[in-house]
Design a protein around this ligand. Structure first.
Ligand code: NAD
Length: 440
């Protein structure tokens, strides 16, 4: 099949590349000249494990190309995927301006019937609104489908080629058949292809993300409570997780969720609820708990050091909103960095892949360290914000020698409190007690 994917970001580039890899001819469209330049020169504008090899291979096989020419891509493609960003607008609702400019561009360029598939996360009713807009503007017939994406950054290719499910919202069975054929190579192990109305499909994406965010905020609230009453949230997690109605997945306490999806999607669903006349009590609480949780390390740091943070050096391990991505959008690290900078602290930061993005954002305000131990030199404390695998088994003796003071604020519960006390650290984690360190 000949496909166009408009918007070559985390979702569009993975979608286009995986469809090319299953034999389709794919043209990826973007309006960011810098992104296109990097791709044309054989680079990858984002960090996503395994993506470069797949892009290189499919470009070499002439199945994958990049352009800024939307009209040409529309004219030569049977199916057009829209995967542009839908960031949060000032009022909490999603900003759909990129989507509308692409829809208008498609309408003007279409001279033969096309299937337009909305992969961007959009509020319920958007597919219907796109149908109306195209009906007013296009000169030929068209079909519009909703096909939300569930991939996770850091595991995006695997998620795309082995999805838990594919959700498709369509009005006509024949459109579903075209998409079923396109997804068939990824559904060979009986993964469900769920066909429903566009409205249900649009809601499915938001409800899935709202449920995930709710789990995180719930366990974070419970962790804070455990800490206050002398319980250990890890033990409680084990105690509840064996109940199959609850399970273990997505119930890790931490510094709150971030990224380009959960925060904005929870707020977008709240906005949808409000405009439908429903007060979104749970969604609002999930968001509020999360915003507070992003300050949890800061509160612990302030309690430990009192007001004397000016002139102190803090090391930070992990900047991206989660491991295996360079994405800093709404990352909890940003809140911590901003609070510490305002308090006059000097920050030595390390992240395996997100340093270039951090440098673009903070310039000379931070000291960037290529290696985790480098960040610890003469640090008064270490704050761990992202659970990159390489932080799990460090050399604690070396850490203590490098640091000015043996203090660790662990936002991801990577270590055991007893183990840290034995190594002589003041160790603060989430939902667990701090044990007085053993003198070396
Ligand atoms: P992104 O910001 O990484 O990519 C969007 C791309 O669209 C950018 O490259 C941008 O230059 C391009 N673009 C914007 N306007 C354009 C236009 N008029 N013409 C051509 N290109 C244009 O965003 P993303 O993270 O890939 O997310 C895209 C959508 O998918 C969003 O709605 C998001 O909520 C959803 N989503 C994201 C993820 C994720 O993990 N990132 C997962 C599932 C769903």
């Amino acid at each position: 099949m000949k496909l166009a994917v408009v918007g070559t970001g985390y979702v569009g580039l993975v979608t286009g590349t995986c469809f090319a890899d299953s034999g389709n001819e794919v043209i990826c469209v973007d309006n960011d000249p810098e992104k296109l330049r990097v791709l044309e020169e054989g680079g990858i504008p984002i960090y996503e494990p395994g993506l470069k090899e797949l892009v290189d291979w499919n470009r070499a096989q002439l199945r994958l190309s990049f352009t800024d020419d939307l009209a040409a891509a529309v004219q030569r493609s049977d199916v057009i995927f829209i995967a542009v960003g839908t960031p949060q607008a000032a009022d909490g609702s999603p900003d759909l301006s990129s989507l509308w400019s692409v829809v208008d561009g498609i309408a003007d360029a279409m001279s033969e019937p096309r299937i337009i598939v909305i992969k961007s996360t959009v509020p319920v009713g958007t597919t219907a609104a796109v149908e109306r807009r195209l009906a007013e503007r296009a000169k030929c017939s068209f079909e519009v489908a909703s096909n939300p994406e569930f991939l996770k950054e850091g595991a995006a290719i695997d998620d795309f080629v082995r999805p838990d499910r594919v959700v498709l919202g369509v009005r006509k069975p024949e459109v579903a058949e075209v998409l079923r054929q396109l997804y068939a190579p990824f559904l060979r192990t009986d993964r469900p292809f769920l066909v429903m109305s566009p409205e249900s499909s649009e809601m499915t994406k938001y409800v899935a993300n709202a449920m995930l965010a709710t789990k995180i905020s719930f366990i974070n609230e419970m962790a804070n409570l455990c800490e206050r009453v002398g319980a250990d949230v890890n033990e409680v997690r084990r105690g509840i997780g064996h109940d199959q109605r609850i399970g273990f997945a997505f119930l890790f306490p931490g510094v709150g969720y971030g990224g380009s999806c959960l925060p904005k999607d929870v707020r977008a669903l709240s906005a949808v609820a409000r405009s439908a006349g429903i007060e979104p009590h749970i969604l609002d609480a999930v968001d509020r708990v999360n915003e507070a949780q992003k300050r949890v390390l800061w509160e612990k740091i302030k309690r430990h050091f009192g007001d004397g943070l000016a002139g102190r050096t803090l090391a930070i391990w992990g900047l991206s909103f989660k491991p295996r991505t360079d994405d800093l959008r709404e990352a909890p690290s940003l809140m911590l960095i901003n609070l510490l900078l305002d308090a006059g602290a000097k920050l030595r930061v390390h992240d395996p892949v997100a340093i270039p993005n951090a440098r673009r954002r903070y310039g000379e305000l931070l000291i960037y360290c290529d290696l985790p131990y480098g960040a610890l030199e003469q640090a008064d404390a270490l704050a761990i914000v992202t659970e990159w695998n390489e932080f799990r088994n460090p050399d604690f003796e070396l850490m203590r020698r490098l640091m000015r003071q043996p203090v660790v604020f662990d936002g991801r519960n990577l270590y055991e409190p007893e183990q840290m006390a034995r190594h002589g650290f003041w160790y603060y984690s989430i939902g667990r007690r701090t044990i007085k360190p053993v003198e070396p």
